[in-house]
Design a binder for this molecule. Structure first.
Ligand SMILES: Cc1cc2nc3c(=O)[nH]c(=O)nc-3n(C[C@H](O)[C@H](O)[C@H](O)COP(=O)(O)O)c2cc1C
Length: 348
């Protein structure tokens, strides 16, 4: 269990409740998506998608905007991915000029193009390198330094060694996706490994991986002893999940969401993601990666996703949404996904 924190984390929304965080997701957790999520119920913390760090890298403007233009009222951690110590330090110093809640290091991305460059999940094969990187970053970061990692590359051989490095360099917050790099996104999550991390490190741990609902979050928290949960894909499906967790934690249950409110969510997403220079058809196509998730809570047969994937125009898309969400009598959005959410980042 964690001891007194040297550098306090930003305050959470509900005192004495587990921390909630929206997981960083490339091409998803940008400024418009964060704004939409905050409209339906903010997490305690946001994380940017990763800033790529290499010899020629510059802070990417659209990612930076999720920090500088953030109007959600909730703190944002800036995530970096890279392996070159000099450039990680350079990027850190640049990021520290902005109102970031902390600097987060990605040690989990499973994309071969990333891990072959010894970045992201690739770092998990090199504890000595992690030791050097964390040491150098700790030296220049007066505030919060966090790490998001998987439990290993091929297996958990280095896991305990890396957890000791988390303690050695006084990492302030550790998010653990309970899979190895090789397990990608669909295997069973090893919550026992997250439990081991909670028992080993001195900082709060966020449990990540298949936190599907408020009830499931409570089960995972009970099992692992984690300080909170980090949620990715299931927050795309269900943007109410953070609010539902707060409700569940205080009352032991949370209100079901009527399907007509899902219509509002799709509308908000469409309007926020809209860019004047993007053609309507491309705009509709852009929605489909979100609809693949959202549809998991709309109808058990998957007919909504099937129809929505074929929409070519805004009118067509919203007429399908109306049919499934507004014309239904007293339908509710499913708390748990009807079937497995299958989606992977573009970087794979
Ligand atoms: C579309 C997508 C993009 C992702 N991009 C990132 C990223 O930029 N940085 C990162 O640390 N993890 C990234 N991840 C991993 C998630 O943060 C999270 O660890 C993983 O999806 C498991 O959590 P979940 O079951 O709640 O989705 C991404 C995942 C998805 C699905």
């Amino acid at each position: 269990m964690h001891t007194e924190l040297v550098r306090p984390l930003p305050p959470t929304i509900a005192v004495d409740q587990p921390i909630t965080a929206l997981a960083p997701m490339q091409d998803v957790t940008n400024l418009p998506f964060m704004s939409v999520i905050s409209h339906f119920g903010s997490p305690d913390y946001f994380f940017t998608e990763y800033f790529r760090v290499h010899v020629q890298s510059r802070l990417e403007r659209p990612i930076l905007e999720s920090i500088t233009e953030n109007k959600t009222g909730r703190p944002v951690f800036a995530q970096m991915i890279g392996e070159n110590i000099h450039h990680l330090k350079r990027t850190t110093l640049q990021l520290l000029e902005y109102p970031v809640a902390g600097i987060d290091l990605n040690m989990g991305c499973p994309a071969p193009t990333v891990y072959k460059k010894r970045c992201g999940g690739g770092l998990l094969r090199e504890p000595e390198k992690i030791d050097r990187i964390l040491g150098e970053l700790r030296n220049i970061i007066p505030g919060v330094l966090s790490v998001k990692m998987r439990i290993g590359f091929e297996d958990q051989e280095n896991f305990e060694t890396i957890l000791q490095l988390i303690n050695k360099w006084e990492i302030d917050l550790l998010s653990i996706h309970g899979r190895t790099v090789k397990e990608m996104y669909r295997s069973t999550v090893h919550y026992d490994a997250i439990k081991l991390a909670v028992e080993t490190v001195n900082c709060p741990v966020l449990a990540n991986g298949d936190v599907t609902s408020a009830r499931r979050a409570r089960e995972i928290l009970d099992f692992t002893g984690a300080a909170g949960v980090m949620i990715g894909r299931h927050a795309i499906r269900n943007p109410w999940i953070f609010q539902q967790i707060r409700e569940y934690e205080s009352k032991g249950s949370s209100e079901p969401v009527p399907l007509y409110r899902v219509y509002d969510y799709v509308r908000a997403l469409f309007d926020h993601l809209k860019k004047p220079w993007i053609q309507e058809k491309a705009q509709v196509n852009k929605m489909k990666k979100f609809l693949n998730f959202i549809g998991q809570g709309v109808d058990p047969e998957g007919q909504f996703i099937y129809n929505a994937r074929r929409a070519q125009s805004e009118d067509e898309l919203f007429s399908i949404c109306r049919q499934f969400m507004l014309d239904q009598e007293s339908g509710y959005f499913a708390d748990e996904p009807y079937s497995e959410v299958v989606a992977r980042p573009n970087c794979e």
